[in-house]
Design a protein around this ligand. Structure first.
Ligand SMILES: Cc1cc2nc3c(=O)[nH]c(=O)nc-3n(C[C@H](O)[C@H](O)[C@H](O)COP(=O)(O)OP(=O)(O)OC[C@H]3O[C@@H](n4cnc5c(N)ncnc54)[C@H](O)[C@@H]3O)c2cc1C
Length: 330
């Protein structure tokens, strides 16, 4: 019978072998459209640019932790009116250059002229960033409606056209809304505008956060019927704190299903329990999406790692995308 030293040696060997295996056998750096053409599922994580040195440190610790779970790319949001212009560029570049991870910069039209947009797009391209999420953007804080800036652009579709015309080498993503964009008069009108983004060069879409998967599984066939044939990645935000996520959901008009709200309320504000329920719910949500054919998952991480780490870890361990697809697949 082998002694403890032999067991230890065998365990160490096996552990080292496991660590050397990539969890999804992916690709370090590859444009997102190319990834989506060759890899399923594609996991991504969204951050916002930190405002302080402490925030920056937290964010990069998060990147360091999450990299071990092989997300395929990270994306960095863009503040209204260029408020985070340097932060978005610096953070996206640092993720790509220092962590050798694919990265996407968000860009919006709010408060920008065509000239300033051209300049930012050139700087993004010069920094070697090959993916942009082209957005119209939300009105700046305190303003209710989006106003097309003088000399600027009025829709994500126009921004996509500008980027595609000046830098066709950049892969373009766009936003879409399973619960219909709040300003759109109908799903049909929203999808007709969405189609113009694809016509102008957008090659993948990421959805607004939602908590009820049926919304996604109804939206995808409606988009296909409207001629939208690019991958539609569901965006998932783990409800790690009921009040905070309820506030965010209200802002973007995402519905919280009654059973989830009731389960959260039953926790009487116990933050630990809310976190655990939020992670459990999001993990099940992602597993169901992947089992039914979603091309990947985009996790809204709010710059922190614990929930995203638990969800990605559980998905890698259980591989729901390898299970036979069930009814209602995307
Ligand atoms: C994945 C994701 C990431 C995001 N990241 C950011 C970010 O980094 N920074 C930020 O500020 N915001 C961000 N947002 C929020 C987003 O900018 C807002 O939801 C915004 O209100 C809509 O942006 P859009 O790109 O979808 O705009 P658009 O596609 O331009 O659509 C906006 C509205 O206008 C309508 N519309 C479009 N074209 C026309 C037209 N030609 N005529 C009339 N109506 C039209 C659409 O139906 C819709 O109702 C993000 C959203 C998502 C889903």
């Amino acid at each position: 019978m082998p002694g403890p030293a032999a067991f230890r040696a065998a365990f160490t060997l096996k552990w080292d072998w496991l660590r050397r295996q990539s969890l999804t056998n992916t690709l370090a750096l590859m444009r997102i459209d190319e990834m989506l053409a060759s890899t399923r599922p594609v996991f991504s994580v969204e951050f916002f640019p930190p405002k302080t040195d402490e925030g920056r440190q937290t964010l990069f610790e998060t990147v360091e932790v999450l990299r071990k779970l092989d997300p395929h790319f990270f994306s960095v949001t863009y503040g209204a009116g260029g408020a985070t212009r340097e932060g978005t560029l610096d953070t996206t570049r640092a993720i790509r250059d220092q962590y050798d991870s694919e990265a996407m910069a968000h860009l919006s039209c709010v408060g920008e002229t065509v000239e300033s947009l051209r300049e930012i797009i050139d700087r993004i391209a010069d920094a070697g960033i090959e993916n942009i999420l082209a957005l119209r953007g939300d009105p700046p804080r305190g303003e209710k409606d989006f106003e097309q800036p003088e000399g600027g652009l009025g829709s994500a579709s126009d921004l996509a056209a500008l980027i595609h015309e000046t830098h066709p080498e950049i892969a373009l993503g766009g936003a879409c809304f399973p619960e219909v964009h709040p300003e759109a008069p109908s799903l049909e009108a929203d999808l007709a505008y969405l189609k113009t983004k694809i016509d102008n060069g957008v090659s993948f879409l990421i959805t607004q956060l939602f908590f009820d998967n049926q919304l996604y599984f109804d939206f995808v066939p409606a988009a296909r019927a409207a001629g939208i044939d690019v991958p539609i990645i569901p965006g998932v935000m783990p409800m790690t704190g009921f009040r905070q996520i309820a506030r965010i959901s209200e802002l973007c008009e995402a519905t919280i299903p009654d059973p989830l709200a009731l389960a959260m309320e039953a926790l009487d504000g116990d933050e630990r329990a809310e976190f655990e329920l939020g992670v459990a719910y999001a993990t099940q949500q992602c597993a169901d999406l992947l089992r039914r054919g979603a091309p990947g998952i985009h996790l809204y991480a709010l710059n922190r790692s614990p929930a995203t780490r638990a969800i990605l870890g559980a998905l890698h361990a259980s591989k729901p995308w390898e299970e036979p697809a069930t009814a209602g697949a995307a």
